[in-house]
Design a protein around this ligand. Sequence first.
Ligand code: ZN
Length: 57
Amino acid sequence: MKMNSKPIIVCPDCGKEIEVLKACGASNFFCNHCNELKSSQRVKAANPIVFPAQPEK
Ligand SMILES: [Zn+2]
């Protein structure tokens, strides 16, 4: 079964849902549980389904 709703992105530290803040074409990730911004690199590493690895050239 596959949900068509938007994917849930989780915090790499606490595993709770993280908030995506989009500004100027860049995405920032803010965890309301940790109460801090998370590095997009770490968030992407923790959510491989939402952010598939880029194919290497
Ligand atoms: Zn967190």
